[in-house]
Design a binder for this molecule. Structure first.
Ligand SMILES: *Cc1c(COP(=O)(O)O)cnc(C)c1O
Length: 234
Protein backbone atom coordinates (compact mmCIF):
# COMPACT_ATOMS: atom_id res chain seq x y z
CA UNK A 1 0.00 0.00 0.00
CA UNK A 2 1.29 3.50 -0.79
CA UNK A 3 1.93 5.97 2.00
CA UNK A 4 -1.04 8.08 0.92
CA UNK A 5 -3.36 5.07 0.86
CA UNK A 6 -2.11 3.99 4.30
CA UNK A 7 -2.55 7.52 5.68
CA UNK A 8 -6.04 7.64 4.19
CA UNK A 9 -7.12 4.47 5.91
CA UNK A 10 -5.67 5.65 9.21
CA UNK A 11 -7.50 8.99 8.92
CA UNK A 12 -10.74 7.16 8.11
CA UNK A 13 -10.32 5.11 11.25
CA UNK A 14 -9.73 8.24 13.30
CA UNK A 15 -12.86 9.81 11.78
CA UNK A 16 -14.90 6.72 12.65
CA UNK A 17 -13.63 6.67 16.21
CA UNK A 18 -14.23 10.40 16.74
CA UNK A 19 -17.72 10.20 15.24
CA UNK A 20 -18.75 7.18 17.30
CA UNK A 21 -17.33 8.78 20.42
CA UNK A 22 -19.49 11.84 19.74
CA UNK A 23 -22.56 9.70 19.05
CA UNK A 24 -22.52 10.62 15.38
CA UNK A 25 -22.71 8.59 12.19
CA UNK A 26 -19.26 8.60 10.50
CA UNK A 27 -21.02 8.76 7.11
CA UNK A 28 -22.10 12.33 7.96
CA UNK A 29 -18.48 13.46 7.77
CA UNK A 30 -16.83 14.27 4.46
CA UNK A 31 -13.06 14.08 4.27
CA UNK A 32 -11.54 16.74 2.03
CA UNK A 33 -7.94 16.01 1.08
CA UNK A 34 -6.12 19.35 0.97
CA UNK A 35 -3.71 18.95 -1.92
CA UNK A 36 -2.27 22.47 -2.07
CA UNK A 37 1.48 22.42 -2.63
CA UNK A 38 1.29 18.74 -3.51
CA UNK A 39 1.87 17.31 -7.01
CA UNK A 40 -1.03 16.20 -9.19
CA UNK A 41 0.23 12.64 -8.82
CA UNK A 42 -0.66 12.70 -5.11
CA UNK A 43 -4.23 13.59 -6.00
CA UNK A 44 -4.38 10.70 -8.44
CA UNK A 45 -3.04 8.38 -5.77
CA UNK A 46 -5.53 9.48 -3.12
CA UNK A 47 -8.37 9.29 -5.64
CA UNK A 48 -7.34 5.74 -6.59
CA UNK A 49 -7.42 4.88 -2.90
CA UNK A 50 -11.03 6.07 -2.74
CA UNK A 51 -10.95 9.74 -1.78
CA UNK A 52 -13.64 11.77 -3.57
CA UNK A 53 -13.20 15.34 -2.24
CA UNK A 54 -10.16 17.57 -2.62
CA UNK A 55 -9.38 21.13 -1.59
CA UNK A 56 -7.00 23.63 -3.16
CA UNK A 57 -6.33 27.17 -2.05
CA UNK A 58 -5.25 28.81 -5.30
CA UNK A 59 -7.08 28.95 -8.62
CA UNK A 60 -3.96 28.87 -10.77
CA UNK A 61 -2.36 25.97 -8.91
CA UNK A 62 -5.48 23.86 -9.34
CA UNK A 63 -5.84 24.74 -13.04
CA UNK A 64 -2.27 23.58 -13.62
CA UNK A 65 -2.79 20.30 -11.76
CA UNK A 66 -6.15 19.66 -13.37
CA UNK A 67 -4.48 19.64 -16.77
CA UNK A 68 -2.27 16.80 -15.53
CA UNK A 69 -5.19 14.73 -14.27
CA UNK A 70 -6.84 13.60 -17.48
CA UNK A 71 -9.33 10.84 -16.79
CA UNK A 72 -9.51 11.69 -13.09
CA UNK A 73 -10.38 15.40 -12.78
CA UNK A 74 -14.14 15.76 -13.01
CA UNK A 75 -14.69 12.47 -11.19
CA UNK A 76 -14.28 13.99 -7.73
CA UNK A 77 -15.47 17.14 -6.01
CA UNK A 78 -12.98 19.99 -5.87
CA UNK A 79 -13.34 22.77 -3.27
CA UNK A 80 -11.71 26.18 -3.24
CA UNK A 81 -10.69 26.70 0.38
CA UNK A 82 -8.32 29.69 0.06
CA UNK A 83 -8.92 33.40 -0.30
CA UNK A 84 -10.33 34.33 -3.71
CA UNK A 85 -9.60 37.64 -5.41
CA UNK A 86 -12.58 38.95 -7.33
CA UNK A 87 -10.59 39.26 -10.57
CA UNK A 88 -10.30 35.45 -10.51
CA UNK A 89 -14.00 34.84 -9.81
CA UNK A 90 -14.85 33.69 -13.34
CA UNK A 91 -11.99 31.21 -13.48
CA UNK A 92 -12.76 29.95 -9.99
CA UNK A 93 -16.43 29.39 -10.82
CA UNK A 94 -15.42 27.23 -13.78
CA UNK A 95 -12.60 25.37 -12.06
CA UNK A 96 -14.23 24.51 -8.72
CA UNK A 97 -17.38 22.65 -7.68
CA UNK A 98 -17.73 24.64 -4.49
CA UNK A 99 -16.33 27.92 -3.16
CA UNK A 100 -15.81 27.28 0.55
CA UNK A 101 -14.13 30.58 1.43
CA UNK A 102 -16.63 33.28 0.43
CA UNK A 103 -16.20 36.21 2.80
CA UNK A 104 -17.24 39.34 1.01
CA UNK A 105 -20.34 40.81 -0.63
CA UNK A 106 -18.66 42.12 -3.77
CA UNK A 107 -17.05 38.73 -4.36
CA UNK A 108 -20.47 37.06 -4.01
CA UNK A 109 -21.92 39.55 -6.47
CA UNK A 110 -19.13 38.87 -8.94
CA UNK A 111 -19.48 35.08 -8.63
CA UNK A 112 -23.24 35.32 -9.15
CA UNK A 113 -22.71 37.40 -12.26
CA UNK A 114 -20.12 35.10 -13.86
CA UNK A 115 -22.29 32.03 -13.25
CA UNK A 116 -25.32 33.89 -14.65
CA UNK A 117 -23.33 34.73 -17.78
CA UNK A 118 -22.41 31.10 -18.43
CA UNK A 119 -25.40 29.31 -19.99
CA UNK A 120 -23.90 25.88 -19.26
CA UNK A 121 -23.27 26.54 -15.57
CA UNK A 122 -25.50 25.43 -12.72
CA UNK A 123 -25.92 27.09 -9.32
CA UNK A 124 -22.58 27.40 -7.53
CA UNK A 125 -22.43 25.97 -3.98
CA UNK A 126 -20.77 28.33 -1.50
CA UNK A 127 -19.79 28.39 2.16
CA UNK A 128 -19.24 31.62 4.03
CA UNK A 129 -15.91 31.74 5.81
CA UNK A 130 -16.29 33.27 9.26
CA UNK A 131 -13.55 35.12 11.10
CA UNK A 132 -13.33 33.15 14.33
CA UNK A 133 -10.77 33.53 17.07
CA UNK A 134 -9.94 37.22 17.19
CA UNK A 135 -7.05 39.11 15.72
CA UNK A 136 -4.77 36.20 14.98
CA UNK A 137 -6.93 34.84 12.19
CA UNK A 138 -6.98 37.08 9.18
CA UNK A 139 -9.58 35.77 6.78
CA UNK A 140 -13.34 35.51 6.92
CA UNK A 141 -16.31 37.79 7.48
CA UNK A 142 -16.67 39.42 10.91
CA UNK A 143 -19.24 37.81 13.22
CA UNK A 144 -21.42 40.95 13.26
CA UNK A 145 -21.52 41.09 9.48
CA UNK A 146 -22.41 37.41 8.94
CA UNK A 147 -26.24 37.61 9.06
CA UNK A 148 -26.41 40.44 6.55
CA UNK A 149 -23.91 38.84 4.17
CA UNK A 150 -25.84 35.54 4.33
CA UNK A 151 -29.15 37.32 3.62
CA UNK A 152 -27.70 39.04 0.61
CA UNK A 153 -26.16 35.82 -0.75
CA UNK A 154 -29.62 34.22 -0.59
CA UNK A 155 -30.85 36.88 -2.99
CA UNK A 156 -28.36 35.78 -5.64
CA UNK A 157 -30.11 33.23 -7.87
CA UNK A 158 -26.89 31.59 -9.09
CA UNK A 159 -25.31 30.92 -5.69
CA UNK A 160 -26.41 28.20 -3.29
CA UNK A 161 -25.50 28.98 0.31
CA UNK A 162 -24.81 25.66 2.03
CA UNK A 163 -23.07 26.48 5.29
CA UNK A 164 -20.09 27.94 7.10
CA UNK A 165 -16.35 27.41 7.24
CA UNK A 166 -13.63 28.61 9.61
CA UNK A 167 -9.88 28.46 10.16
CA UNK A 168 -9.30 29.18 13.85
CA UNK A 169 -5.88 30.47 14.91
CA UNK A 170 -3.27 27.72 15.21
CA UNK A 171 -3.01 26.33 18.72
CA UNK A 172 -0.35 23.92 19.92
CA UNK A 173 -3.01 22.08 21.92
CA UNK A 174 -5.92 21.05 19.66
CA UNK A 175 -8.29 21.32 22.64
CA UNK A 176 -7.80 25.09 22.42
CA UNK A 177 -9.70 25.10 19.14
CA UNK A 178 -12.79 23.49 20.68
CA UNK A 179 -14.49 26.74 21.72
CA UNK A 180 -13.99 28.15 18.21
CA UNK A 181 -15.55 25.09 16.61
CA UNK A 182 -18.46 25.22 19.06
CA UNK A 183 -18.91 28.89 18.22
CA UNK A 184 -19.12 28.17 14.48
CA UNK A 185 -21.73 25.46 15.09
CA UNK A 186 -23.82 27.86 17.20
CA UNK A 187 -23.54 30.55 14.53
CA UNK A 188 -24.75 28.06 11.93
CA UNK A 189 -27.75 27.09 14.08
CA UNK A 190 -28.67 30.73 14.70
CA UNK A 191 -28.31 31.53 11.04
CA UNK A 192 -30.54 28.63 10.02
CA UNK A 193 -33.24 29.97 12.35
CA UNK A 194 -32.71 33.53 11.11
CA UNK A 195 -32.82 32.64 7.42
CA UNK A 196 -35.37 29.84 7.72
CA UNK A 197 -33.33 27.44 5.59
CA UNK A 198 -31.12 24.46 6.43
CA UNK A 199 -27.36 24.97 6.17
CA UNK A 200 -26.15 21.38 5.92
CA UNK A 201 -22.40 22.00 5.71
CA UNK A 202 -20.02 22.94 8.52
CA UNK A 203 -16.39 22.88 7.35
CA UNK A 204 -13.93 22.92 10.22
CA UNK A 205 -10.97 20.93 11.51
CA UNK A 206 -7.56 20.21 9.94
CA UNK A 207 -4.82 17.59 10.42
CA UNK A 208 -4.07 18.26 14.06
CA UNK A 209 -7.55 19.04 15.38
CA UNK A 210 -10.16 17.30 13.24
CA UNK A 211 -11.29 14.96 16.02
CA UNK A 212 -12.21 17.97 18.15
CA UNK A 213 -14.04 19.52 15.18
CA UNK A 214 -16.00 16.29 14.66
CA UNK A 215 -17.03 16.25 18.29
CA UNK A 216 -18.29 19.84 17.83
CA UNK A 217 -20.36 19.02 14.74
CA UNK A 218 -18.11 19.34 11.67
CA UNK A 219 -19.70 17.79 8.57
CA UNK A 220 -16.50 18.18 6.58
CA UNK A 221 -12.89 18.28 7.63
CA UNK A 222 -9.97 19.57 5.59
CA UNK A 223 -6.89 17.41 5.97
CA UNK A 224 -3.57 18.14 4.25
CA UNK A 225 -0.33 17.04 5.90
CA UNK A 226 -1.77 14.03 7.76
CA UNK A 227 -2.81 12.62 4.38
CA UNK A 228 -0.15 13.81 1.94
CA UNK A 229 2.85 14.50 4.20
CA UNK A 230 4.74 17.79 4.17
CA UNK A 231 3.87 20.20 1.41
CA UNK A 232 6.46 19.92 -1.33
CA UNK A 233 5.82 22.62 -3.93
CA UNK A 234 6.96 26.02 -2.59
C1 LIG B 1 -3.71 24.10 4.28
C2 LIG B 1 -5.11 24.14 4.72
C3 LIG B 1 -5.70 23.04 5.37
C4 LIG B 1 -4.95 21.75 5.71
O1 LIG B 1 -4.03 21.95 6.71
P1 LIG B 1 -3.24 20.70 7.37
O2 LIG B 1 -2.81 21.23 8.68
O3 LIG B 1 -2.11 20.40 6.45
O4 LIG B 1 -4.19 19.58 7.48
C5 LIG B 1 -7.04 23.13 5.71
N1 LIG B 1 -7.77 24.24 5.44
C6 LIG B 1 -7.24 25.31 4.82
C7 LIG B 1 -8.10 26.48 4.55
C8 LIG B 1 -5.90 25.30 4.45
O5 LIG B 1 -5.40 26.38 3.83
Amino acid sequence: MSTIAANLSEIRERINRAALHAGRNPDEITLIGVSKNQPAESIREAWSAGLSHFGENRVQEWEAKRSQLAGVAGRFTIHLIGHLQSNKAARASRAFDSIDSLDDFSLAQKLNRVVADDPTASKLPVLVEVHIGGEESKTGVALEALPQLAERILEFPFLRLQGLMCIPPFAENPEDARSHFAQLRELKEKLEAHLGIPLPRLSMGMSHDFEIAISEGATEIRVGTALFGSRVIP
